[in-house]
Design a protein around this ligand. Structure first.
Ligand SMILES: Cc1cc2nc3c(=O)[nH]c(=O)nc-3n(C[C@H](O)[C@H](O)[C@H](O)COP(=O)(O)OP(=O)(O)OC[C@H]3O[C@@H](n4cnc5c(N)ncnc54)[C@H](O)[C@@H]3O)c2cc1C
Ligand code: SF4
Length: 531
């Protein structure tokens, strides 16, 4: 393992959370070591892997799958994460320099002020220990760092700065859907997205080729290797293929070192003054739980027994149907419009909030598979592919989920190639979320009706949206939370957690802009503490 093994700040994980923290602190003059379990890949290698991938439906196929840094395999669900709950939980994430934003969709939403106060307003879930206004300036900085293009509209989250870029032009389908549903009193808005609408931060403007998932070939879509690179240029040392497996604490709870292994199992001890765990909502609790000792028999930061608990996502449903007109999804980025009527309201006392969104992913692959399965060939196959691809409309949904101690990540007795316990997951979906989803199905039926929809196909599985929240939950009381309002681990004054694991409530929008805002705020806290 090359390079220094001691620094002011040691960061575990080079996704958007870890890379932003590393960059900001290195820029401020701190010495920083960024430990990343996976390898470093150039964009061209990922694009080449995608072109060679046998099954283009697998979004993870172009990315490394290495024995020392295993990750979920969408086509082989039990291969890494072990389900033992009533509902399977099958999120995706990547392990390489830059993390999971290599293949995200780029939707860059702020939470609503009400999302921070669901207990106070609606009597459900947990409140954040601070108000929206505390995070607002950091949301603005996060939008500037990632490069967010957004509409000049009130989306319900007050802002003190404009979006750094104008929204991208909408496709014909998006405009037509906004017109049709707008006439029926739905509020359809262009989605804020971390995707360039003009050249920004040395990356080009989006050219609309619809390949965002699994990889944007030209880098118009933000990905966190951008900030891993910037961190290195600012002086940080990035050590790839370094799998953190133990956090070492002294008897007072101060963290002394992170221990990590290279792919051959060779261990290195990395010391520092401040430590940041930014390994995502599953790998972060896994590392905390693995770090047991005589003084901390339940693992690090786990005095409350809350590490790994309160696992939340935005359980999703969808509907696809054939519209009675050609709308041609697939022109532009994979997603551009959302329906925001159901993000907040008194109904949240009884049922989950939700965001509905219009998919703009080209349906060609799914349509073609279906037609081939029906035995179509030749000219009729060609005709039906064209006809159905033009008329297929797909709407998805994200539902609010409340924290529950029973939904949790624990350590399995089964080990990975480095001999580390695999994550085991117990997960269920409560009636609050199910009631919200039942209403979503009714809304989907209405929407399909406005387009003369036929051949409706619902997916009501409430599947994972890969927004992995809550597993190192934030709160004022050390007895029922893992980190305080500064993202500092209770009982460990020099240990911080960056990422969605700390979120006590996740509203109904994608969580990554909130991760970025929290990470920038956290970097500010550490910078001040180092002075
Ligand atoms: C298909 C898909 C689409 C998505 N679309 C959106 C979207 O449109 N909008 C949105 O807001 N969110 C979206 N998300 C979610 C988003 O990708 C995540 O919220 C975000 O990437 C999380 O960032 P992170 O830095 O916390 O974690 P990650 O990006 O997962 O990074 C964690 C890093 O830590 C490393 N690591 C893990 N364990 C260790 C260890 N022990 N030692 C060293 N390093 C370690 C990993 O290798 C990884 O590089 C999507 C996710 C998926 C899968
Ligand atoms: S539409 Fe194409 S250029 Fe634009 S972000 Fe997606 S993949 Fe990149």
């Amino acid at each position: 393992m090359a390079g220094s093994t001691s620094a002011d700040v040691v960061v575990v994980g080079s996704g958007v959370a870890g890379s932003l923290v590393a960059y900001r602190l290195a820029r401020a003059g701190a010495s920083v070591i960024l430990l990343e379990a996976g390898p470093r890949l150039a964009r061209w290698q990922i694009v080449d892997n995608f072109r060679r991938a046998a099954d283009k439906r697998d979004l993870c196929a172009p990315y490394p799958l290495l024995p020392h840094a295993p990750r979920p395999e969408p086509m082989n669900p039990g291969a890494y994460l072990i389900d033992r709950g009533e509902t399977p939980y099958r999120p995706q994430y990547l392990r390489l320099v830059g993390g999971t934003t290599w293949h995200w969709a780029g939707a860059a939403w702020r939470l609503l002020p009400a999302d921070f106060r669901v207990r106070a307003l609606y009597g459900v879930g947990r409140d954040w220990p601070f108000a929206y206004e505390t995070l607002e300036p950091w949301y603005g900085q996060a939008e500037a760092e990632l490069g967010v293009a957004g509409p000049n509209l009130d989306l319900g989250s007050p802002r003190s700065t404009p979006y750094p870029m104008d929204a991208l032009p909408l496709s014909w389908m998006d405009r037509r859907v906004a017109d049709v549903l707008g006439a029926q009193s739905f509020r359809v808005v262009p989605e804020p997205m971390a995707r360039n609408s003009r050249p920004y931060d040395a990356r080009p403007a989006c050219c609309g080729n619809n390949n965002c998932m699994p990889v944007c070939p030209i880098g118009a879509l933000y990905h966190a290797a951008t900030h891993a690179d910037k961190a290195e240029r600012a002086g940080a040392t990035l050590i790839a293929q370094a799998v953190a497996y133990r956090i070492e604490a002294n008897d007072r709870g101060e963290i002394a070192a992170i221990h990590c292994k290279d792919p051959n199992g060779q261990s290195t001890r990395v010391t520092g003054r401040r430590f940041v765990i930014a390994a995502n909502g599953i790998e972060t609790p896994r590392l905390l739980l693995m770090s047991t000792s005589a003084r901390f028999p339940k693992g690090i930061a786990n005095g409350s027994d809350q590490v790994g608990r309160n696992l939340m996502d935005h359980p999703g449903t969808s509907v696809s149907f054939l519209a009675n007109e050609a709308l041609w999804p697939g022109r532009g980025p994979v997603e551009m419009s959302s329906i925001v009527d159901f993000r907040d309201g008194p109904f949240r006392a009884q049922q989950a909030a939700k965001k509905l969104h219009l998919s703009n992913a080209a349906p060609t692959l799914a349509v073609t598979w279906n037609l081939l399965a029906k035995g179509l060939t030749g000219g009729e196959l060609d005709r039906q592919i064209r006809e159905r691809c033009a008329r297929t409309l797909t709407f998805g949904s994200f539902h609010e989920q409340l924290p529950s101690g029973a939904n949790r990540v624990t350590l399995s007795a089964q080990k990975d190639a480095l001999g580390l316990p695999r994550p085991e997951i117990a997960y269920g979906i409560d009636d609050y979320t199910r009631r919200g989803a039942a209403d979503t199905r009714a809304q989907f039926a209405r929407i399909a009706g406005f387009f003369g929809g036929t051949e409706l196909e619902y997916d009501d599985t409430l599947g994972a949206s890969s927004h992995i929240m809550g597993t190192a939950i934030m709160g004022r009381d050390p007895r029922d939370s893992v980190v305080d309002a500064e993202c500092r681990a209770h009982g460990h004054p020099n240990l911080f957690i960056a990422g969605s694991a700390v979120m006590p409530a996740g509203g109904s929008v994608n969580c990554t802009l909130t991760i970025a805002a929290l990470s920038l705020r956290l970097a500010g806290t550490i910078e001040a503490s180092l002075k």
